[in-house]
Design a protein around this ligand. Structure first.
Ligand code: ADP
Ligand code: MG
Length: 237
C-alpha cells in the first residue's frame, strides 16, 4: 500500500484546440519533495491551477487524501490543506510586509495569535530583519520569500511552488533551495516547478518531466538528468 497524498487521474485541460494537459497521471507520496520540469508551455502551471481549483479540468480526476476533490472550490481545497505560490507575483506591493501576511492569515488564527504567527512566519522564511517595509520596496527575492510565508500561513499539508527561484541570483537561489528543503522537513509535501536544473539538482529526489502537455518521463533525479531524450527536449527548446 502506498500513501499517496495526491493522485491525478487522466487529467486533461484543453483551451480550444490547445491541449495544455493531456491525460496526465501522477501519484505524489505524502512527505515527498517532488519536482515538475519541462520546457516553456509544457503545461506545468496549468496542472497547478487545476490542483488548486482555479481551472476546472476538461477531463480526469484529482484525488487528495483519498477523496475526489475535482469539483471542490478553491477555498475548500485551501481549507483541506492545499496551498500555492503561483508563478505570477501574488503580493500586495502597496501594503506593508506584515499586512500582507495578516491578509494571508485571515480567519486561520485568532486575533491574539496573529502577531506571534507573523513573527514565526517571517523568521521561518528569513525576512525577519527588514522591519515592516512596504512590499514594493522589498527586493525580488524577499518578495518571493514573503509569498512563500503567505502560502505557509494556511498551514498546508501540500504546498505547490511555481518557479520559486525565478529571476533570482545564485545566492538567493541557494537560499530558496534551503528554504524548500526546510519546509519539506516539517512534514509538508512539496511539489515545485522549475526549469533550472541547477536549482532542481539541489533539492529534488523524484522528478516528473512534462512535454507538450503529457508526462514524458518520471523517475529519480539521477536517472532523469542522464536521460538522452530529456536532454534532447531541453536542447530543442
Ligand atoms: P508552463 O507552465 O509549462 O510554461 P502553461 O501551463 O502555462 O505552461 O501553459 C501550457 C499551454 O497552455 C500553453 O500553450 C499556454 O499558452 C496554454 N494556456 C495556459 N493557460 C491558458 C489560458 N488561460 N487560455 C488559453 N491558453 C492557455
Ligand atoms: Mg509556468
Amino acid at each position: 500500500m502506498t500513501d499517496a497524498i495526491l493522485e491525478l487521474k487522466g487529467l486533461s485541460k484543453y483551451f480550444g484546440g490547445i491541449k495544455a494537459n493531456d491525460d496526465v497521471n501522477m501519484s505524489i507520496e505524502r512527505g515527498e519533495l517532488h519536482c515538475l520540469i519541462g520546457p516553456n508551455g509544457a503545461g506545468k502551471s496549468t496542472i497547478f491551477r487545476m490542483i488548486m481549483g482555479e481551472y476546472p479540468p476538461t477531463k480526469g480526476e484529482i484525488i487528495y487524501e483519498g477523496k475526489n476533490i475535482t469539483k471542490l472550490k478553491m477555498w475548500q481545497r485551501a481549507y483541506r490543506g492545499i496551498s500555492i505560490k503561483m508563478q505570477i507575483p501574488g503580493v500586495f506591493g502597496e501594503l506593508s510586509l506584515y499586512d500582507n501576511i495578516r491578509i494571508a492569515l485571515q480567519k486561520h488564527v485568532s486575533q491574539q495569535e496573529v502577531e506571534a504567527e507573523i513573527q514565526r512566519l517571517i523568521h521561518f522564511v528569513g525576512i525577519q530583519d527588514l522591519g515592516n517595509p512596504l512590499v514594493k520596496n522589498m527586493s525580488h527575492g524577499q518578495q518571493q520569500w514573503l509569498e512563500i510565508a503567505m502560502a505557509l500561513a494556511l498551514r498546508p499539508k501540500l504546498l505547490l511552488l511555481d518557479e520559486p527561484a525565478a529571476g533570482m541570483g545564485p545566492e538567493e537561489t541557494e537560499f530558496t533551495a534551503q528554504l524548500v528543503k526546510k519546509i519539506n522537513a516539517q512534514g509538508i509535501t512539496v511539489i515545485f516547478i522549475d526549469h533550472d536544473m541547477n536549482f532542481v539538482r539541489r533539492i529534488a529526489k523524484r522528478v516528473t518531466v512534462l512535454h507538450c502537455g503529457k508526462i514524458f518521463k518520471e523517475g529519480p533525479l539521477e536517472e532523469i538528468e542522464a536521460d538522452k531524450d530529456v536532454i534532447q527536449i531541453y536542447l530543442g527548446e
